[in-house]
Design a protein around this ligand. Sequence first.
Ligand SMILES: NC(=O)c1ccc[n+]([C@@H]2O[C@H](COP(=O)([O-])OP(=O)(O)OC[C@H]3O[C@@H](n4cnc5c(N)ncnc54)[C@H](OP(=O)(O)O)[C@@H]3O)[C@@H](O)[C@H]2O)c1
Length: 336
Amino acid sequence: MNLINHKFELAARPVGLPKRSDWNYKQESVREPGDGELLVKILYISLDPAMRGWMNESKSYIPPVGIGETMRALALGRVLASQNANFAVGDHVYGPLGVQAFATTNGNGIIKVDPRLASLPLYLSVLGMPGMTAYFALLDVGRPRPGQTVVVSGAAGAVGSIVGQIAKIKGCRVVGIAGGAKKCQYIVKELGFDAAIDYKTESVVKALRTHCPTGIDVYFDNVGGGILDAALAQLARGARVVICGAISQYNNTTPIKGPSNYLSLLVNRASMTGFLVSDYAGRFAEAAREMAGWMAAGKLQSREDIVDGLDTFPETLLKLFTGENFGKLILKLPEA
Ligand SMILES: NC(=O)c1ccc[n+]([C@@H]2O[C@H](COP(=O)([O-])OP(=O)(O)OC[C@H]3O[C@@H](n4cnc5c(N)ncnc54)[C@H](OP(=O)(O)O)[C@@H]3O)[C@@H](O)[C@H]2O)c1
């Protein structure tokens, strides 16, 4: 085998927004898979806000990426060689394969996907981790009921856009918070949200009062910071606040800004619950089946933002934090 791998290894713990020098771009020969291993040619790499947290030293739900280790990422590829009875040459597989062109793995955490059932990028978006997050965090933690008001931040993104559409399927009134006129127009005109709030040009506090006159029953938080505080100020009695993420805080160089309006939980007998998608791994197939059905019925749309080239990784990742991505951000690698 005469293949050269290209990969990004973590070189330093970033301060604020990550920069190219926080990684080393390396080339090395690809080794033959050993007993129990498989070799994967990576085709698509999922770029996720969580990757910023994995670069920090601090304690979290998963150990940090070590300095000198290949940058962790979910990715999808094709098996080139296999010494593992569960995988055959030509299988398409998905899992934590890393920011690199080829991965050699023992198959732990790797699942097979079927390219005949859905196009490959969908396995990184609506049928993958972001879709599973939207489905279980909204339905299991948010527990929306028909007629209730659901508000979601990061509403035009990979998770938020699916949350809003599922809430519509469940008969809710849905208000999305997103940055910029294009994204706001998209969630209302194309995805069928009832209203959109452009947090970059409007007062979110005032707009929530206008669009949620009876209060917010479910607030699905992807961004944290001032937008979380604004939503807390407008809760309905018995509201559920789902803490899915806090992207506005991930690159802070000062301590994370917590909510100052938290006593609204007391006043409204409301709850605020943290969510982690991996807790639901045993039920992913069930969610994927239901969401594939909604897609086939034209009730659920997915949008991917696909960028070419492994070497663009450091700059492409930043799009998540500037809001330049429009849909699930994915890096595409050449076939050969
Ligand atoms: N808990 C879990 O298991 C789990 C799993 C997956 C994802 N998540 C979380 O879900 C959230 C969304 O992830 P995603 O993959 O769907 O990303 P995404 O929404 O597709 O992309 C990130 C978006 O965040 C918005 N954003 C960035 N900085 C912001 C700021 N300062 N204030 C407000 N909005 C900001 C931008 O949208 P605008 O242009 O609208 O500003 C950007 O497009 C993240 O917080 C992520 O960590 C959690």
